[in-house]
Design a protein around this ligand. Structure first.
Ligand code: FAD
Length: 498
């Protein structure tokens, strides 16, 4: 029998239920007692509706049927993010999931596109990416169903975060996870080690545990309020610290992409679901007050508001230690990076998988904690650089917020990436990063930073062959996009919400 058997998850938002579902699936509840505590009075953040393709791996791990999941969460499919007004007012580019073209002779396609572009070819690199073309036409379909011989098209989902938590709760309860609904009023620690020994609920019941997973949201009930793990503040590079969220009625077909529109003091998201549209204005309170942001987002909705705007306050950054003593923080309790590239749920997934990888049997050794913390910090750090690049590589100076972003100092790691990109057409430093060459290419070239040069081997392909291949890739991308039905008709056929 393992020594570490009683697992207590504090919090029933997306993070808590994702942790509980993966633990109950992988570790099981025969030898492990998994308890999740959540407070209806406190509630959850309840936003967080856009994802990236890695979530498919999470669903696969849980053995969840994708259509069942999509129906339960009123989901829509997502091929990428459309960025409007980021480079300059009126600018528009798309960051797709998946690659541009095909690699040739071991070289990334980006280098060939540069040769093509420098010789006068179209600046619209989306022509070489099927996701971009399908998104522009409002199309979507899983290629395995449409034409199994065609290459896979990467996708993710938009969903109702509260329905996702409810869906996972049903999954967990079937797996034997015990849910306790109550507010935790106090936390007990071992007098010598400082480990958490139990949490006490409002009714006086103590819930003891060997390992605690803190998914209590921004407050970080165990990781910060009890263990004082410290917070690394990244606001100087990512100054937005407020979001005002409001759902509205659905108007027109659901787009198979998220829209991010740069605004005077930040940016606005638009996330289509089957039954409504999620909207939010992410902004910095030094440049706009909450009342003004609420007023502006209401004016900019394309459907009737379904609720009063709700303000959420945050500080961008992360806990200095995400695994401290016998507490592991996940989700908002571990840190927060604004939802510009829909990475928070991915970071929860990453933490859950790392915990499963390092899961301690009898004792928590310092090496496990160090490995977990280093891995999580690396993941946060890579996403951070990618997000900052969106702000830094802008031509905008039309408001004080954008003037700050354009001229702000940036981390050395990002300076190096931008230099690498300009000279070598590659901003990725290691092969372990979430955002790969095509993503950096999409956002940097999309915002007008075209590399000065490209790999010399790209010039070695004879001109005739080069022209023929580029045309073939372009036609292939268009053909793939045209095979797909409209997103709405595909949803109606495969996974309509009840
Ligand atoms: P919460 O949802 O806050 O849940 C905290 C839980 O802890 C609740 O159940 C609460 O009841 C419980 N709790 C707290 N204190 C106690 C106590 N004392 N006793 C008992 N229970 C307690 N992510 C994405 O991937 N894509 C997005 O598009 C996206 N957009 C976002 C937009 C905004 C504005 C914000 C703020 C976040 C967004 N996220 C997004 C992040 C995503 O919403 C969160 O990462 C995710 O929902 C996880 O939240 P959580 O479970 O950590 O916290």
């Amino acid at each position: 029998m393992p020594q570490i058997r009683k697992l207590v998850i504090v919090g029933g938002g997306t993070a808590g239920w994702m942790a509980a579902s993966a633990l109950s699936r992988v570790m099981g509840t025969r030898n492990y007692q998994i308890t999740l505590i959540e407070s209806d009075e406190i509630g959850t953040v309840g936003v967080g509706e856009a994802t990236i393709p890695t979530i498919q791996e999470f669903n696969t791990l849980l053995g969840i049927d994708e259509n069942d999941f999509m129906k339960a969460v009123n989901g829509t499919f997502k091929l990428g993010i459309r960025f409007q007004n980021w480079s300059a007012p009126g600018s528009d580019y798309f960051h797709p999931f998946g690659v541009y073209g095909v690699d040739m002779g071991g070289l990334n396609f980006n280098h060939f596109w540069m040769r093509y572009h420098k010789a006068g070819g179209s600046g619209d690199f989306g022509l070489f990416n099927p996701q971009t073309l399908a998104a522009r036409k409002g199309r979507f379909g899983r290629m395995a169903e449409i034409n199994p011989n065609a290459p896979n098209v990467n996708y993710a989902f938009h969903f109702d975060a509260s329905l996702y938590a409810k869906f996972l709760r049903g999954y967990c309860e079937k797996n034997g996870v015990v849910r306790q609904e109550s507010k935790i009023t106090s936390v007990a620690q071992h007098p010598e080690t400082g480990d958490i020994t139990s949490v006490t609920l409002a009714n006086g019941q103590a819930v003891s545990g060997d390992l605690f997973i803190d998914c209590s949201g921004f407050r970080g009930l165990l990781i910060e309020q009890t263990l004082k793990s410290g917070y690394e503040d990244w606001s100087q590079w990512l100054p937005c610290n407020r979001a005002v969220a409001v759902p509205c009625d659905k108007v027109g077909p659901a787009t198979p992409y998220t829209t991010s529109t740069a605004q005077e003091a930040g940016w606005q998201w638009r996330i289509p679901l089957q039954h409504r549209t999620g909207n939010g204005y992410v902004f910095c309170d030094a440049y706009m007050d909450e009342a003004k942001a609420s007023e502006l987002i209401l004016q900019r909705l394309d459907g009737k508001a379904q609720a009063e705007p709700r303000v959420i306050r945050f500080v961008t950054g992360h806990r200095k230690q995400m695994w401290n003593k016998n507490v592991i923080a996940m989700g908002l309790s571990s840190g927060f990076l604004e939802p510009l590239e829909s990475t928070s749920i991915y970071l929860v997934q990453h933490a859950v998988l790392k915990l499963l990888k390092y899961f301690p049997k009898d004792e928590i050794t310092p090496s496990i904690r160090i490995a977990f913390n280093q891995d999580m910090l690396r993941a946060y750090d890579n996403v951070k650089d990618f997000l900052i690049a969106h702000y830094k590589v802008t031509k905008r100076e039309d408001t004080p917020f954008w003037a700050y972003c354009k001229h702000m100092d940036i981390p050395d790691s990002l300076k190096m990436r931008l230099e690498m990109f300009q000279y070598h057409n590659d901003a990725r430093v290691t092969s372990l990063e979430l955002f790969t060459e095509p993503s950096w290419f999409a956002i940097l070239v999309g915002q007008g930073l075209v590399p000065r040069s490209y790999h010399p081997a790209a010039d070695e392909m004879p001109q005739e062959e080069f022209r023929w291949r580029m045309q073939k890739i372009r036609d292939g991308s268009t053909g793939l996009a045209d095979m797909m039905p409209s997103h709405e008709s595909y949803l109606a056929k495969t996974c309509p919400s009840p």
